[in-house]
Design a protein around this ligand. Structure first.
Ligand SMILES: C[S@@+](CC[C@H](N)C(=O)[O-])C[C@H]1O[C@@H](n2cnc3c(N)ncnc32)[C@H](O)[C@@H]1O
Length: 222
C-alpha cells in the first residue's frame, strides 16, 4: 500500500514567502550546508545593514558557501565590499562534526574548495569574496581590523569557539556586528557556552538576539 508523504513547503518557497527581495539569496537553497531560511535572511539583512562603502566582513567556517552566498548578496551593491572567508576546505573540525562533514564531503563530487568556488560563481558573488584557505587561529594576523561583521561558524568545540571569539571579536569596530551559529544545538555546547559566559551580560555587547540557532549582537559604540 502506498503511504502518502506529508506535504512540506520547500526552502525556495519559504524564502519567497518572506518577500520577493529575498530572491537574491535563492542560490543558497541548492548549496549543501546547515542554515535555516530565517538564519539565511538574517545574514543577508545584517550584511545589507553595513556601511554603503567599503564594508568588511569575515566568515569563519564556509564549507561549500551556503552562508557565504547570503552575506555576499547583502554586500553586493556596496562599492569596495569584501567578505573574507576562512576555511581549511578539508572537512576537518571538532570531534562531533567530523563524521558528518566526511559523509557530506563524499557527496560533493570533488574537492570542497572547488565546490565552494563553483557555488560562488553560480550565485555571481565570487569577485567580492577573499578566500583564505586554512585554520582561523593560523590566520588571525593576516586580516586587519576594523571589520564591520564577523560570522563565526568554524570549529564548534568550546576551546576553539572561545579562541575564535578572543582572536577575532576584538577586530569588530564599535557599532559592528557579531553573528554566531549553532548556539542552540543538541550536540555542540561550545557556541552556547561562549555566548553565555562571554557576551550575555557584558555591556560591550548590545542588542543580543537569537534567530533559530543563530546569535547576533552589536558591539557597543557608534
Ligand atoms: C558548520 S560548517 C560551516 C557551514 C557554513 N557556514 C554553511 O553555511 O554551510 C564548519 C566549517 O568550518 C570548518 N572549520 C573547522 N575548523 C575550522 C577552523 N579552525 N577555522 C576555520 N574553519 C574551520 C569546517 O571544516 C567546515 O567547513
Amino acid at each position: 500500500m502506498l503511504t502518502k508523504k506529508p506535504w512540506r513547503l520547500g526552502t525556495r518557497a519559504k524564502l519567497l514567502l518572506r518577500g520577493l527581495r529575498y530572491a537574491r539569496i535563492l542560490p543558497y537553497a541548492s548549496i549543501d550546508g546547515w542554515l535555516t531560511v530565517d538564519e539565511a535572511i538574517t545574514l543577508f539583512e545584517l550584511a545589507r545593514s553595513l556601511p554603503d562603502e567599503n564594508p568588511r566582513a569575515i566568515e569563519i567556517g564556509s564549507w561549500q558557501g551556503k552562508s557565504t552566498v547570503c552575506i555576499a548578496q547583502g554586500l553586493k551593491d556596496k562599492p569596495g565590499a569584501v567578505l573574507t572567508c576562512i576555511d581549511p576546505f578539508d572537512a576537518s573540525g571538532d570531534r562531533e562534526s567530523e563524521d558528518t562533514y566526511g559523509n557530506h564531503a563524499e557527496r560533493a563530487g570533488g574537492p570542497l574548495r572547488r565546490a565552494f568556488e563553483a557555488n560562488l560563481e553560480h550565485a555571481d558573488v565570487r569577485p567580492l569574496v577573499d578566500v583564505r584557505q586554512g585554520f582561523s587561529h593560523e590566520l588571525t594576523d593576516d586580516v586587519d581590523a576594523p571589520i564591520d561583521l564577523l560570522f563565526l561558524d568554524g570549529d564548534h568545540s568550546y576551546d576553539a569557539v572561545r579562541r575564535d571569539f578572543e582572536d577575532w571579536a576584538p577586530k569588530i569596530r564599535a557599532g559592528g556586528l557579531l553573528a554566531m551559529h549553532d548556539v542552540v544545538h543538541p550536540v555542540h555546547e561550545g557556541p552556547r557556552r561562549v555566548v553565555e559566559e562571554r557576551i550575555v551580560g557584558d555591556s560591550q555587547w548590545v542588542e543580543p538576539r537569537y534567530v533559530d540557532s543563530m546569535f547576533v549582537a552589536r558591539r557597543a559604540g557608534n
